[in-house]
Structures are given as structure tokens and as C-alpha cells.
Ligand binder design. Structure first.
Ligand code: MOS
Length: 728
């Protein structure tokens, strides 16, 4: 019986966070630090012809104005004759997107740097740009993740009794974490230390090694707390190298912090997506063919793709399927992963189309999903290591009262408000990456645990502390878990919802290795009651090492350590996915049921009720996990109804780079949300039995809302966000 795993546990870092003791990147105090402020391009494409920094340089407190004319080199010089590229800041006169950094003003204070930044004058030889995906669709290139078609979808479509065909549009969305991007860099001789807001300290270290021409071991990256990131800090951003370059040139620590407006530049966004979906079914509702052609934009200098349709191929049992993704270059910055990348965009289109098909067939939308339920992975033919989606559908329908739904659009009312009920499925991966953790166990019954992962908010400090305490048999407050430093053992980026499975497995492995070491020490004593037991037959609990099946066979751990002259035991454990996983497909699933109430005169939509049931393996900390899923639902509401980065295609600029005009849900937008877990026993996926869940919670929500809006109004809105003007 687990002591901690599976039990609601408040955050171990909660008090530090609410009292301000938890330090975020920009809050570290470094003596004699200078402040950098970034100047951004105002054209989308072209060359900088002149950049006049004289006035800025003479402004009070200014130490240096870095431009492409005087910045230190970053990265390798491009090969002669190579096409122009943008990978490192301030390395050429070329402009590849509006909002590209063209100067860094460094001054004694932040205010002086920010003021002087306004005095930098650039003129450009602008070239014509394209920032609208629709204008370059014909130039789109296949994404590298594409897989061959299953069966013959075109032929199967011709003979399908019922067909639906529709096109779905999603605008650019921007991550808006509360904490802005920031870095502080300082050099000691040829070594550099950098505080950076990042989801991946080792990734930043490698990136800086390449950029600065310094070997990785001379670069220390520190990031103990991250105030939200959602993917915006997965890839190394350009500002750490810029900050480190400025600190090297000035021989002084430099700090760079983004403004909210700058948070819309230069480090990614959810791409603009266009998807053409054709579904064919027989009259019983069995899918005969699925064709989903997805397009999204990338930049002119990086071929990013978010694998929009990747997981979709595994959702329904359908013999004929093709879901190619193509990406087209635009003169914008490169998009990146953003919470539930690909899946939430792809499932908006697919699950909307499934609803359209349900209406064409006159079959209940939930029933249609059950008719096409994938009992085995339709891509590989392998069994699922676990899949409780059927139970999610059943429980969600029951809790929501789905059987009382009148399928007729505009048939349900609450006074003058139109009521709509919609549902959708969700899917995400159950991934595991190689990860390492170090555990030091001391004779006084305390332990230090370290791994260079990140905690962008899901509760990683807490769950790793729980895992270590569980397997070391300690109290939570006897364990100290630390993360976010390249001096710690390597961990993958915190992304993909794989942190608990990856890093948690490493922490567990290290703790079990310590148990084995202690058994070995105890067994040196000829009269030890534990002699003859194998490592997996013993466990640690409250300072004792004892046989799992006979707690009277036990040894006092402190005693064993003292007698053998052992003050502490340190173990580093490298965990990797088990080969057994290869024989199975592993995914996390969910079902969401949504009620909307719509004012027929004003077109205003309220999401009055959401029930989301997810099956994502074992839930280690229900408190944090419900919080994750509720957050996913809230974001799904934002994506469905509010969020859009508006591009002025004439200037190639993002027009609403602020939280006044980039709308996200506020408290008044959020009503009843209930999240429920159907736990799965799955020890194939990893030894802890956990699956990805942080991204899953968002995946089906935009489609479920769009489907509820159709049910309420009879209007099928295929362009997100669903704003009142689209309904009227
Ligand atoms: Mo998440 S988009 O993998 O940070």
C-alpha cells in the first residue's frame, strides 16, 4: 500500500512560491549587473541599410549598443555563397521577420536601456513578404513525420454511402506565460553561468556551446523555477546567446528581460493551420475512409512542423486513411510547440468532422465513436498496453446526462438562451525519454534527490519528492528534490507530458538501487535477519530495511550504516524505456462533454458545464493532476472562443501583441468544470504506470465546444475562435 503515491499532496514548493522565496530567472541578484533591452525590426523582410546608434549611445547610462555591425560572433560564419539564414541574433543585416532583434542596448539600469532603445534608428531596404498561409499553400512541403497511407482512402471514399467534407481553420495562437522570457549571464574567465527561463537546461547548454564556441562543460545553465512556459521555452530561444555575448563583450554581467509585447516575437507560437477533412462511412456508421490534409505555416529559415495529424491516425478503427501534413514557409518567426501541439489542432478538425458525420448519418455522436472504437492500434496493429477510453465515454455520458440530449439543433433552451451539448474524444502520447537522477541517502534519514529537469507548473518538485519518499521509506520533509541546473544529472526537456514517466522512473530506480546497497551492507553481518533475501524482496520504511512479506525481519538502517562506516550512499540511475514497450502501443485518452448557453440576439457563448474524463495511467498526485486537467479545459475554452494572434499581412506584423487584445479566459468566462480520472493499471508503459496527462486535458475541448455550438444554434463554425460575429 503506497504511502504517498496516489494521495493528494500539496505542493512542496507552494510556500516558497506564495511568499516570494522561489526565485524566477530575472529575480537573481548578481552584483554589478547591466541591463539589456532588445530593439526589434519593423519590417518583415529585407536588409538593414543603416542603423544609427549615436543618439542611443549618448543617452544616460548606456554602456554599449550592439548591432550586426559590432556584435560578437555567434555560431559559425555562414559558408561562402550559402543562402542567407537566421539562426543567431545580430549576425547580419538580413531581416527575416517583423520583430526580429536588430539591436541590444545595454545600460546601467533597465529604464535607461529601455529609453535608449527608442533612440536607435534603423532604415531598411524592404522586400516583399508573405505572411498568410493561404497565399503559399501551393508551395507547402511534406512534413518529415508523414507516414504512408493506410489502405486506399480515395477509392474507399468513392464507394462510401455517406460522406462529409469540410475545411477547418485555426489562427496563430501565442503562449502567454505569466513570467516573461529572461536571462542573466556572467563570465568568470572562460566559463559562463547563465540563468535562463527554460524547460531544458541541457538544451540551452548545447545551444550556447555552439553559439559561443565554448565547450559545454564551461557553460552552467540554471533555471530552478519557471512561471509557465507551455512550450515557449522548449527550444533554446535567441536571447540567452545574445545575453551571454553581451556579457562577454562588456566583461560584465548582463540581464535581459522581455516585455509582454516582446513575448509575441521571435520564439514561436501555435502555427496557423488549415485542414481539409473528408470522412466516408457506411450507413451503419462504420468509417470506410478518412482523409485529413493538414497545412500549417513555418518560417522561411526553419522547417518546423507540429505533427498535427500524428496521433489522429491511432484514434479510430478505419482501414483506409491518409493524413498528410504539409508546411509552408512564411515571412514570420518560426512556430513552435504549444501545449498539446498538433493534437489539439488536428483533433479540432477531426472531432468536428466526426460530429458532422454523426448528423449526416443521424447517429448519436457518442455512438458513432463507439462504432469506430479502435480495439488495437490501427497504425501498428499492436495491442494497447492499456486503453480505458470506453469507460471514459460511459462515465462521462452518465455524469453529464447525455441520454437526455435531443439531437435536433436549436431544440434545447434555457429561457431565451439556446442550449447546446457537444462531445469529443482526446488523445495524447504516453511517452518516456531517457533520464537520470542522483539520490544521496544519509545515515540521519534524510535524502537529496537531483535531476536537471524543470517544473513549469505541473508539480514536478512535489511528485519527485513523493516518489523518492515512497521508495526510500522517508517522510516528505526528509527529502529535498532539486532541479534546473546543468550540474545535475541529465534529464530531457520538460515537454511532451513525459516528465513524470521519464524522470520519475529514474528517481525510483536510484532509490531502489540504494535499497539494494543497504541490503548488501546489512547482509555482511552474519546474523542479519535479512540474509538470503533478494533486493526486490526488501523495502525501506521509516529508517528500517525490512522484508516485504515479513516485517519482523528488519534491520535499522542507521545502525547498518554506522557499523559499516557509511555516512551516506549516492546513486546515479539512468532510466530508459523498457524494450517490452515495443510490443504495445501506448496512448492516453479522454472524452469531454460540454454544455454551452448562447444568447441568440448577441451571439455570446458561455461554456456552462464541462465534464472531462481522462484515462492516463496511474494518477500519482490527484491534487496536481486535477489542476492540470482543469487548466487544460480552461485553455481549450480560450482556444475555442477567444484566442487569436491577428496578423496584418500588409506589414507582416502581429497586431495584438498584448493581453488587452489577445484574449484569454478570465474568471467570468469559466463556470462548472469537473475532471475525472479512470485509472489504468499499466506497468508496461513504465514502472510507475503513468502516462502523459498535462497536454491531454486540452485536446478535445475546442471540438466539443464547436459541436455544442452547432447543437445550440445549427451553425457549424469551422474557423476558430468562435466569436459572436461568426454566429450572428
Ligand atoms: Mo509542451 S508544448 O511539450 O511544453
Amino acid at each position: 500500500m503506497a504511502r504517498y503515491l496516489g494521495k493528494e499532496t500539496t505542493r512542496v514548493d507552494g510556500i516558497a512560491k506564495v511568499t516570494g522565496k522561489a526565485k524566477y530567472t530575472a529575480e537573481f541578484q548578481i552584483p554589478h549587473v547591466a541591463y539589456g533591452f532588445i530593439v526589434l525590426s519593423t519590417v518583415a523582410k529585407g536588409r538593414i541599410t543603416t542603423i544609427d546608434t549615436r543618439e542611443a549611445e549618448q543617452a544616460a547610462g548606456v554602456l554599449r549598443v550592439f548591432t550586426h555591425l559590432n556584435a560578437g560572433r555567434l555560431g559559425k560564419a555562414p559558408a561562402a555563397g550559402a543562402p542567407p539564414q537566421w539562426s543567431w541574433p545580430l549576425q547580419s543585416d538580413r531581416v527575416f521577420f517583423s520583430g526580429q532583434p536588430i539591436a541590444l542596448v545595454v545600460a546601467e539600469t533597465y529604464e535607461q536601456a529601455r529609453y535608449a532603445a527608442r533612440l536607435v534608428k534603423a532604415s531598411y531596404q524592404a522586400e516583399s513578404h508573405v505572411t498568410d498561409l493561404e497565399a503559399v499553400l501551393d508551395k507547402a512541403q511534406p512534413a518529415p513525420q508523414n507516414t504512408p497511407a493506410r489502405g486506399d482512402p480515395s477509392r474507399a471514399l468513392q464507394s462510401a454511402a455517406i460522406k462529409v467534407e469540410a475545411e477547418y481553420h485555426i489562427p496563430i495562437n501565442h503562449h502567454n506565460p505569466i513570467e516573461p522570457h529572461a536571462a542573466i549571464a556572467f563570465w568568470e574567465g572562460d566559463q559562463v553561468t547563465i540563468f535562463d527561463k527554460t524547460q531544458n537546461v541541457y538544451g540551452v547548454q548545447n545551444h550556447l556551446a555552439e553559439g559561443l564556441g565554448v565547450s559545454a562543460e564551461k557553460i552552467r545553465v540554471i533555471s530552478p523555477f519557471v512561471g509557465g512556459a507551455f512550450g515557449s521555452s522548449l527550444k533554446p530561444n535567441y536571447y540567452p546567446s545574445l545575453t551571454a555575448m553581451a556579457a562577454r563583450e562588456l566583461k560584465r554581467p548582463v540581464k535581459v528581460v522581455f516585455t509582454r509585447a516582446q513575448m509575441f516575437t521571435g520564439h514561436g507560437y501555435r502555427p496557423q493551420t488549415i485542414q481539409k477533412v473528408t470522412l466516408g462511412a457506411d450507413r451503419s456508421g462504420k468509417l470506410q475512409a478518412m482523409l485529413q490534409q493538414a497545412f500549417h505555416n513555418t518560417s522561411s529559415f526553419e522547417p518546423f512542423s507540429d505533427n498535427t495529424t500524428g496521433f489522429l491516425k491511432q484514434v479510430y478503427a478505419c482501414p483506409n486513411l491518409d493524413m498528410p501534413l504539409k508546411v509552408a514557409a512564411t515571412d514570420l518567426s518560426t512556430p513552435t510547440w504549444m501545449r498539446a501541439p498538433g493534437a489539439v489542432s488536428g483533433m479540432f478538425a477531426l472531432e468536428s468532422a466526426m460530429d458532422e458525420l454523426a448528423y449526416a448519418l443521424k447517429i448519436d455522436p457518442l455512438q458513432l465513436r463507439l462504432i469506430n472504437y479502435a480495439e488495437v492500434d490501427p497504425v501498428s496493429g499492436k495491442p494497447f498496453s492499456s486503453k480505458a477510453l470506453r469507460e471514459c465515454y460511459r462515465l462521462g455520458a452518465e455524469k453529464f446526462g447525455w441520454k437526455n440530449r435531443n439531437p435536433e439543433p436549436r431544440s434545447m433552451r434555457d429561457g431565451k438562451l439556446l442550449v447546446g451539448w457537444g462531445m469529443a474524444s482526446s488523445v495524447w502520447g504516453a511517452m518516456q525519454m531517457p533520464a537520470s537522477a542522483r539520490v544521496t541517502f544519509r545515515a540521519d534519514g534524510t535524502a537529496s534527490v537531483e535531476s536537471a529537469t524543470s517544473d513549469i507548473g505541473p508539480g514536478t518538485y512535489t511528485v519527485m519528492t513523493m516518489i523518492a519518499a515512497e521508495f526510500l521509506g522517508l517522510q516528505l520533509d526528509q527529502v529535498k528534490f532539486e532541479l534546473g541546473d546543468t550540474r545535475q544529472p541529465q534529464a530531457p526537456a520538460q515537454g511532451g507530458s513525459w516528465t513524470t514517466s521519464s524522470v520519475g522512473s529514474a528517481v525510483r530506480g536510484a532509490a531502489l538501487t540504494i535499497t539494494a546497497k543497504l541490503l548488501e551492507l546489512a547482509s555482511r553481518d552474519a546474523v542479519s535477519p535479512l540474509r538470503g533475501l533478494a533486493a526486490d524482496e526488501v523495502e525501506m520504511l521509516d529508517g528500517r530495511l525490512r522484508a516485504k512479506n515479513d516485517s519482523s525481519r528488519a534491520a535499522d538502517i542507521a545502525d547498518v550504516m554506522r557499523r559499516t562506516g557509511t555516512n551516506e550512499i549516492t546513486e546515479v540511475y539512468n532510466s530508459t524505456p523498457s524494450p517490452e514497450r515495443e510490443n504495445y502501443a501506448s496512448l492516453a485518452h479522454g472524452a469531454q462533454f460540454v454544455e454551452v448557453k448562447i444568447d441568440p440576439d448577441l451571439g455570446t457563448i458561455r461554456v456552462t458545464r464541462v465534464i472531462e474524463i481522462t484515462a492516463c495511467g496511474k494518477i500519482l498526485n490527484p491534487l496536481a493532476s486535477h489542476s492540470q486537467e482543469i487548466g487544460g479545459v480552461v485553455w481549450g475554452i480560450g482556444m475555442a472562443l477567444e484566442e487569436a494572434t491577428e496578423v496584418d499581412h500588409r506589414s507582416g506584423r502581429f497586431m495584438n501583441a498584448n493581453l488587452q487584445h489577445y484574449h484569454v479566459p478570465v474568471n467570468a468566462d469559466i463556470h462548472s468544470i469537473e475532471t475525472i480520472f479512470v485509472e489504468e493499471d499499466d506497468l508496461i508503459v513504465n514502472p510507475l504506470g503513468v502516462k502523459g496527462m498535462g497536454e491531454l486535458g486540452m485536446v478535445g475541448i475546442p471540438a466539443a465546444i464547436a459541436n455544442a455550438v452547432y447543437h445550440a444554434t445549427g451553425k457549424r463554425i469551422r474557423h476558430l475562435p468562435i466569436t459572436p460575429e461568426k454566429l450572428l
